[in-house]
Write a protein that binds this ligand. Structure first.
Ligand code: M6R
Length: 610
């Protein structure tokens, strides 16, 4: 949700900005801009649209000799996508880019208007620039000015700031929004996430909450309130530049779908001990901890919340621990009852989702233990939770999550096994066997499913001329259906709803008419007969049914118009295969419709506003 980048050093800054912004574009792509220091002052070039539009502008107005610059790619919040609302924004001696939202910008704006400030945009960011400029006029020193302004702002922000007359200096501060600093061979960098820095360096440091830092061409200082200065502790990321590239695939989404078999192994294997049993000691979690949990509240958004629904079924089935799943943006306004033994589990691929972070903080304020299941390492949610379990999916660039969700599901599966084993509900033998299914059967089955593009394309052809589509399933398949429907909606823009198969007849079946596409998922053998009855109900009303079903069930030919069979080496293999099938159907539908698959309209990868 908005990406920011910056550089100061000995090299030409603009090519670096353009490269970094092209990687950050997945965070928002409504407008884009750069500000670069030159001999005669700071120059801003910005426009509505994507990076191509900025490249064109820079061809007409090139900035050639800048060694210090900041850049921004925007997901519009305050004020629509326009040239005026594009970042960077200038106010007096201050030029800045911003990721986040200033909640009290209206009151600050009227105060600053009273002092003679003039605003050219509708953004909260321009108000922040004016406030920092106002504080700079009083303090005459950047760090003091930023600190004073930050104390007045409510909300979330990561700023990169240039001050007139301060050549080669970039100042940053973050609260709630992510910010990474990095050290390269030819200078120092900042960005909203590490992937944008991988073309330049792998040495990084994640800025902490409310920290201010000053980047100079020859070093970086962290500037605490006591007036001291100290250098960052640099670390080296295991990510490689290749991991953030398409690697020959047409889209990041397709690449990430193909990475899933390996990603499941990466997420499961660190939680298997030398006896082949589920064990989270490497994450600092032992069997006593699992035994102490009486009730789990999962809190997350979008697909991560859907992974929670899958996890709920697994944890309740295996460990018999009551589990509820909550939409993060609702959680703190209607919090469920918490009691002794409650564990709040926050799931987030990005580790920065504002609603999930707010829910995590709420749970912590209530004194409830928290555990985060996160992909992006050292992100705010990972840092603030009492315990963290990384999914190790690697960078996920496509806005529509695939391997992120898949690895959340595999980690939740392992948690269910670990809890059941710790509670003595699963023998060593059964636990070992279940772990093996995840490590061996799931990747093999997913690999097998990857080669069925023709089936997915055929199923997708049956959807693309329809305005409404339904997914139905029971139990785990209902949870999967919710993710399947979201995937189809977000990238192909076809309206799709997920229903518990038995629920459709309680009202929504009235929407089914001749030709309405219904996709049914059936991975649970015991539930097939019931699901089949529901399929018959819609078919007899004219629905075109695609059945995604385990291959050991003899499906009568009249049950469905299309059948996609799933490997049955284990239950887990069948579930993950169904997941891969629905992801691919969504991908093929979007592809047939010519949609911008990796950057669907109105969306951003990391939603850092509430
Ligand atoms: O980064 P997070 O997992 O916290 O993101 C949560 C949702 O915004 C995310 O899963 C969203 O629903 C995806 N775009 C769906 O593909």
């Amino acid at each position: 949700m908005c990406g920011i980048i910056g550089y100061t050093g000995s090299a030409n800054a603009i090519p670096k900005m353009m490269k970094g912004l092209s990687v950050l574009e997945y965070r928002g792509y409504d407008s884009v801009g750069v500000a670069a220091q030159r001999k005669n002052g700071t120059e801003i070039v910005k426009c509505k649209g994507r990076i191509g539009a900025l490249e064109e502008k820079l061809r007409d107005e090139p900035i050639e000799d800048s060694r210090c610059a900041i850049g921004h790619t925007r997901w519009a919040t305050h004020g629509g996508p326009s040239d005026e609302n594009a970042h960077p924004h200038r106010a007096g001696k201050v030029v800045l880019v911003h990721n986040g939202i200033i909640e009290n910008y209206k009151e600050l704006r009227s105060e600053l208007l009273g002092k003679g400030a003039v605003f050219l945009s509708e953004t909260d960011t321009e108000v922040a620039a004016a406030l920092i400029n106002d504080c700079y006029a009083a303090e005459r020193e950047p760090v003091a000015a930023i600190r004073k302004a930050a104390a007045r702002m409510r909300g979330a922000f990561a700023f990169a700031i240039l001050f007139d007359g301060r050549e080669g200096e970039v100042y940053v501060i973050r609260r709630g929004s992510p910010l990474i600093l990095a050290r390269g061979r030819d200078g120092f960098y900042l960005a909203s996430d590490m992937t944008a820095l991988l073309p330049f360096t792998r040495e990084y440091c994640a800025l902490k909450e409310d920290e201010i830092a000053c980047l100079l061409p020859d070093g970086v200082s962290i500037c605490p309130a006591d007036g001291t200065r100290f250098p960052p502790e640099w670390k080296t990321t295991t990510m490689t530049p290749e991991s953030a590239q398409k690697g020959g695939f047409a889209h990041f989404m397709l690449k990430e779908i193909h990475e899933q078999p390996a990603a499941v192994v990466k997420s499961v294997s660190p939680r298997v001990n030398s006896k082949g049993l589920p064990d989270f000691s490497a994450d600092g979690i032992n069997a006593d901890f699992w035994r102490s949990v009486r009730h789990i509240q999962v809190v997350a958004c979008g697909s991560a919340m859907h992974a929670g629904l899958l996890g709920q079924r697994l944890i309740e089935d295996y460990a018999k621990v009551p589990t509820t799943v909550h939409i993060a943006s609702e959680y703190r306004y209607h919090p469920p009852v918490m009691s002794e033994g409650t564990l709040v589990v926050v799931i987030s691929q990005s580790g920065e989702t504002a609603d999930s972070l707010a829910a995590l903080r709420y749970a912590k304020e209530q004194g409830i233990p928290t555990l985060a299941i996160v992909n992006a390492v050292e992100t705010t949610i990972a840092r603030e939770a009492d315990r963290r379990v990384y999914t190790y999916a690697g960078p996920e660039i496509a806005v529509a999550t695939t391997k992120g969700y898949c690895t959340q599901a595999s980690v939740l599966w392992m948690i269910a096994l670990a809890m059941a084993h710790a509670a003595g509900r699963l023998t060593d033998e059964k636990a070992r066997e279940a772990v093996n299914c995840l490590l061996r059967d799931v990747p093999a089955a997913m690999e097998q499913m990857l080669s069925r593009e023709d089936r997915y394309r055929k199923a997708a052809r049956g959807l693309i001329n329809h305005e409404h589509v339904f997914y139905i399933g029971r139990g785990i398949d209902y949870a999967l259906s919710m993710e399947a429907a979201l995937k189809l909606k977000e990238i192909s823009y076809i309206h799709c709803e997920a229903y518990a198969a038995g629920e459709l007849k309680h009202g929504t079946i009235s929407l089914v008419e001749a030709g309405t596409p219904v996709l049914a998922i059936s991975t649970e053998r015991d539930l097939f007969d019931k699901t089949e009855s529901n399929i018959r109900e819609v078919r007899s009303r004219g629905a075109q049914v695609t059945l995604i079903c385990r291959s050991d069930i003899a499906v009568p030919s009249e049950t469905a118009d299309e059948l996609i069979s799933l490997p049955v080496s284990s239950n887990a293999a069948t579930v993950f295969s169904a997941l891969l099938a629905v992801q691919c159907i969504a991908y093929e539908a979007a592809s047939l419709l010519g949609c911008d698959i990796d950057r669907p309209r109105n969306l951003a990868k990391s939603v850092t506003v509430e």
